[in-house]
Design a protein around this ligand. Sequence first.
Ligand SMILES: NC(=O)c1ccc[n+]([C@@H]2O[C@H](COP(=O)([O-])OP(=O)(O)OC[C@H]3O[C@@H](n4cnc5c(N)ncnc54)[C@H](O)[C@@H]3O)[C@@H](O)[C@H]2O)c1
Ligand SMILES: O=P(O)(O)OC[C@H](O)CO
Length: 333
Amino acid sequence: MTQRSKVAVLGGGAWGTALAVTSLRAGHEVSIFARDAETVEAINQRRENPRYLPGITLDAGLKATSDVGAALEGAECILSVIPAQATRGVLQEVAPLIGADAKLVLCAKGIERGTGKLLSQVVADLAPQARVAALSGPSFATDVARGLPTAVTIAAQDGELAAELAQLLSSSTFRCYSSSDLTGVELGGALKNVLAIAAGATAGAQLGASAQAAMVTRGFVELRRVGAAFGAQAETLMGLSGLGDLILSCGSEQSRNFAYGMALGRGENLDGRPLAEGAATAEIAARIAREKGIEAPIIAAVDQLLKGGITIHQAVAALMARPLRSEHDETQP
Ligand SMILES: NC(=O)c1ccc[n+]([C@@H]2O[C@H](COP(=O)([O-])OP(=O)(O)OC[C@H]3O[C@@H](n4cnc5c(N)ncnc54)[C@H](O)[C@@H]3O)[C@@H](O)[C@H]2O)c1
Ligand SMILES: O=P(O)(O)OC[C@H](O)CO
């Protein structure tokens, strides 16, 4: 086991709570910052987070607070688990509290809608002193909180930092690989959410398992094209944080993005559904692809579908009518 450290978790939602539990199991002191008092009280008094992880009894020793300063005090490692679109707002507030040596691990999956920035770029704007990393890979919060095994990737430009964090956060049920391809890991996590919506929409419209597999496979081509344009390594996109998470999220209704897509494909009302990060990332991902001249028709179709500009049947008809080509004739970047 690694040396005991203090880990602070920003965000008392499903993933923040699951990562707090897994950090505790890795032998650390853990403090969760949750903004709502009921969540803090439920974690501290009843060892549960009924709003975000109903039915799961949390490990003893987990602490939560709505005082962000108290959560961060003395923390060597900070896990940022605030939804991607809210990350800037929270970091703006907490940046002065982040020490120069603090390791800041981004655990949300998305691209900032207004700026097109990856979350590590948002950190560079607001807390350039932080030693930034990203954690991503196939990992449903409920599975992780229940202690079911999985493996993820922790990436930092500084490969030694990534390896240190992988050591720090791994436990017998949570295996962390390290990588120095921060961009690749961030992009894989953000884009798989958009593709999970596409896969879910295909399933919701009952277009068949074959269509779903074709959608995911061609979607993965788009993910790799966008990744290549950003300088991501192909191996990263083929790994846990790319293909691994895509397989998970495009094949299970446990994925909120897939479930969101299913509702979209069935023509249901989408108001009030649980967080689906892909819905916020789709538009900016489609815009980035367009501006960089990257062919990404599935990502563009998800964007249009979400805006109500087309139906799933129109989207699929348009995809099927595209000019025929060699599967591997990649003239695209
Ligand atoms: N749930 C999962 O299985 C899972 C797994 C891996 C990654 N993720 C990623 O983790 C991120 C968070 O997802 P989640 O499942 O925890 O979402 P969630 O909806 O369960 O929880 C989000 C949490 O963020 C808090 N929050 C939102 N805006 C805030 C703000 N401005 N200030 C303070 N707190 C704020 C909410 O109060 C809530 O506690 C997402 O990017 C998601 O893609 C989720
Ligand atoms: O429920 P989703 O779709 O947000 O997916 C959760 C995780 O990202 C799966 O790895």
